[in-house]
Design a protein around this ligand. Sequence first.
Ligand code: ADP
Ligand code: MG
Length: 451
Amino acid sequence: MTAQELWQAVLGELELAVSKANFTTWLKNTFILNWEKNKIEVAVPSTFYKDYILKRYHERIKKAIQNITDYQVKEINYIVTSGKNITPIKPAFKVRALEEKETKKAVKTAPSLNPRYTFARFVVGKKNELAHAAALAVSKKPGSTYNPLFIYGGVGLGKTHLMQAIGHQIFAEDPTKKILYAPCETFTNEYVKSVSLGQAHKFHEKYRSVDVLLIDDIQFLVGKEGTQEAFFHTFNHLQQHNKQIVITSDRPPKALPAIEARLTSRFEGGMIADIGLPDLETRMAILKARCAEQNFNLNDKIINFLATNVQNNIRELEGALNSLIASAQLSSRPLTPEEAKTILRGILVTPKKKGLTAKQIINHVADYFSVKEEDLIGLCRKKELVVPRQIVMYLMREEMRASYPNIGVELGNRDHTTVMHACNKIIKCLEEDEKLRQDITLIKERIFNVG
Ligand code: ADP
Ligand code: MG
């Protein structure tokens, strides 16, 4: 079944299930863009449609897909493709290309790994070359070169990709190797569950029997003592048996304040490599690679515009590119740079969060730096409080549009000139201080994702 056929069938089911008016208004103008096993991308005409469909029809769509295919569809993404009148042109060529690729690479890959996260698809640039070299070295001689390999860096910069590339490579060279990829949260949940069922031994068996353990986003181990303990023992066991461990984190081991010292010192005993923000060249190279992969021609001006405007997150960069590709497929000719800019402008303005409160910001910043909320608001001028406090003020100003005097009131009745000074200081430092940029990006991620 092609993606087109699948979507036709889904619409067929929905047509029977909802009123004609609703069907015509909300569903008729949707198209499928991409179907990869349990992931589907559907084009919708505007964010308004997207929100509405998510709220009203998402579950039905999901069910319909499950009825029609054997796939447990985990992810349906609704992608806004320009608000103007959409002419339904079949994007079938892309779908077919993907299907062909799928069958061609029916070569076995290690389970639990995303087939897209390979070394071949990883673009090397100045800011990730060390991490890339370390990852390659580890995949050539797992368990002996660097153990553990600890990769850290900001959100969307390729940590998971690089970590899984190691898994793919080791598996490609020796398919008998047991590779286990687990986001830290999975590790935690499985541990907690196994304990509550009185089956901790099963958990230990699972994690200790692997050749390569990839634990993603270890920062989420913060504050979970029992799981830290379990991880510590797993870690020692694997290391003693020369099994490779790879860990990623959003910051270096030393900056993981609430993780036990005996663990962080273990991390420091291996190789630590960071991934920084990609430079313009790398961002352009990634865009070009993605276009080539999908046989999609994008004007250099547009590539340049896109790479210039999305700097901090490769996932966002890819997301923006995918929107352009989707839009281009819906109109029968290549996008002009002006059209591309219009589309991108709609995507690139980060929405200000509605109803964001001072308390939420204070809470996330305190949590991020592992300091107490009352200390942030208080008068103490210790170094480890000063910058977080300034970040709180800056975020209240930027994200809530709060006035200087109001910010002062929220932060222990400080004078508005103090607040002004703090905000300006952060703005100035952001220009050169990459670490600060990353800190703030990560805090914002949390504010916007968690609430
Ligand atoms: P992180 O784990 O650091 O948050 P990911 O590894 O999930 O980031 O990467 C986000 C997206 O960006 C993925 O789709 C990944 O394939 C892509 N990506 C990141 N770095 C690179 C790179 N150097 N070359 C190609 N794609 C990359
Ligand atoms: Mg990741």
